[in-house]
Design a protein around this ligand. Structure first.
Ligand code: 4AD
Ligand code: MG
Length: 466
């Protein structure tokens, strides 16, 4: 039998007899002559109220099964609801229980449960209002990102997940191998006794990617404007509210863009996807504003309506040095900013997003373009309230000799990166790009304060369940 989603039913053009809804019971209450159940199927935040009346059938034997968590099909008449806040309700005529649910052992109870507890039942937490809303927003945010780039002439490309290069050069890569590391005795060895990765599937050592940027650059040098949107992996042992070992990153790369163009694009992009998600997910966002982060709507206004401050690193240090007493890590020129400094600038000093640029070259990745001062590079970070760094990007070094010297300074073998240097040999142009952490963007949009709660199955140090 055909059935409708609850979202469709609640948006029906008019009442409809013989409607069918399927979903999970949120709650049930009984009065003398009537019983009411709240039904949700994940299609939207709102529940469908189902009314069981003796006038429409004998529900006495099935009612005890209609408990929180049970999966059911209800057939009945969709009629205007006298209750406030809902256009329609379903007057039940027939009930089918797909799967019962034992209220004694079902971990998802109506009373508030902590985020920490819900992480231990990550397979069931999407049944809560909060996590279902989070996952719907995640889907919409991804859609708004694709829409933004498509509307602006970018091509969506796919860069490899298994790679032999280390884009960020930070040595935080997971090794990807077909060798059976569980059987140390049978591993192929070199003369020196090291594991011989030339016997591995690819004939060399490979890793899970930390960024699609380097391969993305090669594609931008042919297609002009590209973006990637894929999983990235970092084996950094950072146990914080904003680090995951597996996260999704969006990386646009644009030929002929210089650093100011890159910053312009980053600002427009963040504003646009925030606005679109606010439009498409109004009801789900309302839940977060009500129950999770009371300042959410004000924060989103801050993100979408202010011009982001452009702040050279050297000026940032001048501001922060005066405040060193309040910081755990003291700032002086050359020190990389950490989240406490980023958040001070954004939340206390400027009170709006900040784009920090022209970082010291020693605190930046090898590919960033060297400035004429010889000590800073054309890198930029977009910093936002509550999170700090949301985006990291740069204009890329497009001069062959300068890049070769840079790579030597970083101990990067020119042989392994010959293909990357080729871009500077054959038709080199100024180009720029950035990476937006998808989970951090989710934290910004929902007000959720821990990265473990903006993805269905977080991977963080000490935790890879499910
Ligand atoms: O600043 P990052 O390391 O920059 C890059 O990877 C560049 N290759 C991007 C580019 O220019 N194409 O990372 C970019 C963003 C950060 O600003 C942050 O939002 C997110 O990725 N990110 C993380 N998110 C969650 N967990 C982690 N461990 C993250 N590391 C970076
Ligand atoms: Mg960064």
């Amino acid at each position: 039998m055909a059935f409708s989603t609850i979202k469709e039913l609640l948006h029906s053009a008019g009442p409809k007899q013989a409607s069918v809804a399927r979903g999970w019971i949120k709650t049930r209450r009984d009065s003398k002559s009537l019983s009411f159940a709240e039904l949700n199927d994940g299609s939207c935040r709102e529940n469908l109220q189902v009314v069981f009346s003796g006038e429409n059938g004998d529900f006495s034997s099935v009612l005890p099964s209609l408990v929180t968590g049970a999966a059911v099909e209800i057939q009945g008449d969709l009629v205007p609801s006298p209750a406030a806040g809902q256009k329609y309700e379903l007057q039940a005529r027939q009930v089918r229980v797909y799967g019962g649910c034992d209220p004694e052992t079902y971990p998802i109870q109506k009373k508030k449960t902590s985020d920490e507890f819900l992480r231990t039942v990550a397979h069931l937490r999407p049944r809560t209002n909060k996590y279902a809303a989070m996952l719907r927003i995640r889907a919409e945010l991804a859609y708004s990102i694709h829409t933004y780039f498509r509307d602006n002439g970018f091509h969506y490309v796919h860069t490899p997940i298994i790679t032999a290069s280390d884009c960020e050069g930070a040595g935080q890569m997971f090794t990807a191998t077909s060798l059976n590391l569980g059987d140390m005795k049978s591993l192929p060895r070199t003369k020196e006794g090291e594991i011989d990765f030339s016997k591995d599937l690819f004939g060399k050592k490979t890793y899970l990617t930390v960024s699609g940027q380097l391969e993305g650059e090669t594609l931008a040098m042919a297609l002009g404007k590209i973006y990637t949107f894929g999983p990235t992996f970092r084996a950094e042992n950072s146990n914080t509210y904003r680090h995951c070992a597996e996260f999704w990153m969006i990386e646009p790369e644009m030929a002929f863009y210089e650093l100011p163009d890159d910053m312009e694009l980053a600002e427009d992009f963040v504003k646009s996807i925030t606005r679109r998600t606010m439009e498409n997910c109004a009801s789900d966002l309302e839940l977060f504003a009500k129950f999770v982060e009371p300042a959410l709507m004000g924060n989103l206004k801050n993100i979408t309506e202010n011009k982001y401050e452009r702040l050279p690193y050297t000026d940032a240090v001048a501001i922060l040095e005066k405040e060193n007493a309040r910081f755990e890590t003291k700032i002086s020129w050359g020190v990389d900013l950490s989240s406490e400094h980023e958040r001070f600038l954004v939340e206390h000093y400027f009170k709006k997003p900040v784009i920090l640029y022209n970082k010291p070259k020693d605190a930046a990745a090898f590919y960033m373009k060297l400035n004429d001062d010889g000590r800073t590079v054309r890198g930029m970070d977009v910093l936002v309230p509550r999170i700090g760094e949301l985006i990291g990007g740069s204009e890329r070094e497009n001069r062959l000799e300068v890049l070769e010297t840079k790579m030597a300074d970083f101990n990067i073998s020119p042989d392994a990166y010959g293909w990357y240097l080729d871009l500077r040999r054959f038709g080199s142009v100024p180009h720029s790009g950035f990476g937006l952490g998808f989970e951090r963007m989710m934290m910004l949009i929902t007000g959720i304060s821990n990265i473990r709660d903006v993805t269905a199955y977080p991977r963080v140090p000490g935790y890879a369940e499910f």
